[in-house]
Design a binder for this molecule. Structure first.
Ligand code: EMZ
Length: 383
């Protein structure tokens, strides 16, 4: 089997019953697997809420390592919509030509550097610096800040051997506090200052609200972007013909990015807390229990996607849920899409082929399912 393949472990359960079950720190999760159910329940925020105890909608649950609510991710409508409204313009900045130019420069430099080396470990030597440097553009802070963020590693709430690391979270919280203090004293054009100046319901945001937005901005798009970038490199290593096709047909790059996000589904699923006794897929779920919306499974649903296990670069209809769905769809999606678009452009123009030298798969265990999400490490040579 090709190393870049991400098999779909959910097919049988999706077809037979539509859901799966897993335990998570004694707070079980009923995973919804069908595209239709995932979308329907994502839309129904009254019965399937996000504004539960902070950390509880994340799987693995983070309730034991944090109390701070992430905003707007852990807030339900209508307040959710008010937060989004004040954040949206900032998160659309990646559409500006100057932003894209800077991003292109950053990614070109990384690829050029990788081309001079005999081998590159993609996660730490390519995807993590790429993600952190690109994030300086989203925050509009000096490029050098990325060095600090790179030192935190691939996940801010996890560390090697510890899937939930509270001490590590404090590193991020302390850093954010310092940055807020700095911006209060010395306002600038950065995201901290923009948040300090913004208002909701005719009042300034509280420090806690600002922290909530910042934590999410750091944590939410970190391992997911790293995962998408790494899987993209692995895919091209085994599909030089696709690299060539995108070189010849750059007009399909936008479609290819959507297809990668569908296929990779960098975030397997996201939870919701059930607010009333109800049923999902004929299965009873109780108030105050958890379900999850399994984006990875929905993205392989053959009733929606033809040949769901194939990457079709110019797939025509692609209603994937790789960025979630409905109210809570990913706020960072514009930034993430730009990163992948620019990456594809730079790779097609600078790289002829990629060889995988060594790799170790990252497999998530979700109750009865084992899902390969990408790699713990993968070493390649760029040519
Ligand atoms: C949360 C989550 C958001 C969570 C869209 O996902 O990402 C996870 O990586 C974090 O651990 O706290 O931010």
């Amino acid at each position: 089997m090709k190393k870049s393949i991400l098999p779909d472990p959910f097919e049988k359960a999706r077809l037979e019953k539509g859901y799966g079950e897993m335990d998570d720190q004694d707070d079980p999760v009923v995973m919804l697997l069908r595209h239709k159910d995932v979308r329907r329940c994502a839309h129904n925020w009254k019965t399937f809420q996000s504004g539960a105890t902070p950390g509880r909608i994340v799987v693995p649950s983070e309730v034991n390592i944090r109390d701070q609510r992430q905003i707007p991710f852990e807030v339900d409508p209508p307040l959710h919509g008010d937060y989004r409204a004040l954040l949206e313009a900032w998160f659309k900045r990646p559409l500006q030509p100057a932003y894209q130019e800077s991003l292109t420069g950053q990614i070109q430099d990384l690829v050029d550097e990788a081309l001079t080396k005999d081998s590159v470990e993609v996660i730490r030597g390519f995807a993590l610096p790429l993600q952190s440097r690109a994030l300086t553009l989203l925050f509009n802070v000096p490029f050098a800040e990325a060095e600090t963020w790179i030192s935190w590693g691939t996940h801010v709430f996890r560390s090697e051997g510890d899937p939930l690391d509270g001490a590590k979270a404090n590193l991020l919280y302390d850093y954010i506090d310092q940055q807020i203090d700095r911006a209060i004293e010395n306002p600038g054009e950065d995201m901290y200052s923009a948040l300090l100046a913004s208002e909701i319901h005719g009042r300034k945001l509280t420090r806690e609200e600002i922290q909530g937005v910042l934590i999410l901005t750091f944590a939410g798009g970190r391992d997911t972007v790293i995962n998408a970038v790494t899987n993209t490199i692995a895919y091209f290593a085994e599909h030089p013909e696709s690299l060539k096709r995108l070189r010849d047909e750059p007009e399909i790059i936008g479609k290819a990015v959507e297809e990668f996000i569908r296929y990779f589904a960098p975030l397997t699923h996201m939870g919701r807390v059930v607010t009333e006794d109800t049923k999902v897929c004929e299965h009873a779920v109780r108030a105050d229990s958890r379900i999850s919306l399994c984006w990875a499974s929905a993205n392989r649903d053959a009733s929606v996607f033809e040949n769901p296990n194939e990457i079709i670069l110019d797939r025509k209809l692609n209603p994937h849920v790789g960025f979630g769905f409905s109210h809570h769809k990913c706020l960072g999606a514009t930034h993430a899409r730009q990163i992948l678009k620019v990456l594809l452009k730079v790779l097609t123009r600078s790289v002829e082929s990629i060889q995988i030298l060594d790799h170790h798969e990252n497999v998530e265990v979700l109750g009865e399912f084992k899902r390969k999400v990408g790699y713990d490490n993968i070493t390649v040579r760029f040519q």
